[in-house]
Design a binder for this molecule. Sequence first.
Ligand SMILES: Nc1ncnc2c1ncn2[C@@H]1O[C@H](COP(=O)(O)OP(=O)(O)OP(=O)(O)O)[C@@H](O)[C@H]1O
Length: 262
Amino acid sequence: MTDRQAKLRFEGVHKSFHTRRGEVTALSPIDLTVYQGDFIALVGPSGCGKSTLLMIAAGLEAASGGTVLADGAPMREPGPDRCVVFQRFALFPTKTVTGNVEYGLRMTGVPKAERRERVRETLGMVGLSAFADAYPHELSGGMQQRAALARSIVMRPDVLLMDEPFGALDAQTRIIMQEEIARIARDLGLTVLLVTHSVEEAVYLCNRIIVLTARPGAIKHEFTVDDDWSHHSVDEAMAQPGFGSLQRTVWNAVREEITSVQ
Ligand SMILES: Nc1ncnc2c1ncn2[C@@H]1O[C@H](COP(=O)(O)OP(=O)(O)OP(=O)(O)O)[C@@H](O)[C@H]1O
């Protein structure tokens, strides 16, 4: 039991797609509660429904059944309380970094002076202050992903949904971004649901790791991460014996599912 507030709750949520080749069941009924301050990873074999669950949480995909509750109320559509960061940066190419980051605030009617202040503060947080007037094509991949992250966190979402957010980045940039999202999540007290293929990333960033079975995805096992590794740098954390042993345990659970369909 916990007295932390439930920000997002999946109750018997399942999903099938009707395709030309017949019905594809992506998700078996999922029961999962995301509490305030959780940093949860969804890991599992390719095609097990991780992104589908995230899209349902975002309101960008409809569940075939079950209920999703956002802050206790049934949720049916996208809202500024649940922002998504995708693997591909998805910035507006014709808007500057400032224009991109302030877009959601503008759409929700935040007055100009407050918008400018919040954008300034957020760009500082993600290390992009010097690039406020740059256009996406003038930025590196890592900087574009910082801008995409800024565009989400400027909204102070109840739940930040991230789908392989560092998957398109080079290995070095990825490590730096992992350390930065850990710091930002801590500073802002964010609640995060993260889809990742990297068990290492999950152990480093998360307090809960949900392993899904091969498709149709069901919850196979939930691991609790007792140590907050994200206070260390990634290389320091990985050097600790407890980190490696949890990483191996989680990976074995994922591997079991991958090999079950081979
Ligand atoms: N729009 C769609 N129409 C038809 N089938 C879909 C659609 N979206 C997803 N699927 C199917 O649902 C299943 C789950 O897909 P999903 O992308 O959620 O998996 P995933 O675990 O995120 O995969 P990966 O790790 O490879 O990104 C797959 O079999 C996929 O082909």
